[in-house]
Design a protein around this ligand. Structure first.
Ligand code: THU
Length: 146
């Protein structure tokens, strides 16, 4: 656990939701199942999992699928926390961090609601908690187009 902070019940629930989403991963090419779960200000949770394609480069990451789902539901802000879970037997158990594209995709939804969500990067050895603005400093977002 980064920073030695205690994990709250809602963080544990968010991580559990991400794990459950990873069970529905469609990742026959990489064999790398990822789950993402996003918590909103109203307490609701939206999940996503990675969706690969026979044309390998078209793979969609779990976080991007989650943002797509949330926005398709009409959400335009309120993003408070995101848990990301990868396979426990890869990467030496180190926490998984969202890829660069997903950071940008998450930033869109975050900036729309003026939040800086905490990203719970889950590993087997620890959970690293880091703000999106730390993962993606000086982000380009919707405000730039105003
Ligand atoms: N992947 C995610 O779903 N999220 C990430 O943040 C990193 C990578 C997926 C993409 C691909 O399906 C598999 O993991 C291996 O890269």
């Amino acid at each position: 656990m980064g920073g030695g902070e205690a994990m709250t019940k809602s963080d544990e629930q968010l991580i559990a939701a991400a794990r459950e989403a990873a069970e529905r991963s469609y990742s026959p090419y990489s064999g790398y199942a990822v789950g993402a779960a996003m918590r909103f200000a109203d307490g609701s949770v939206v999940t996503g999992t990675n969706v690969e394609n026979a044309s390998y480069g078209l793979a969609l990451c779990a976080e991007t699928v989650a943002v797509g789902r949330a926005m398709a539901e009409g959400r335009r802000g309120g993003l408070e926390a995101v848990a990301v879970v990868g396979p426990s037997d890869k990467g030496g158990g180190e926490p998984i961090t969202p890829c660069g594209r997903c950071r940008q995709v998450l930033n869109e939804l975050a900036q729309l609601g003026n939040t800086d969500p905490e990203i719970l990067c889950v590993g087997t050895v620890r959970v690293e908690r880091v703000r999106l603005s730390v993962l993606l400093p000086h982000a380009f977002g919707p405000a730039a187009l105003d």
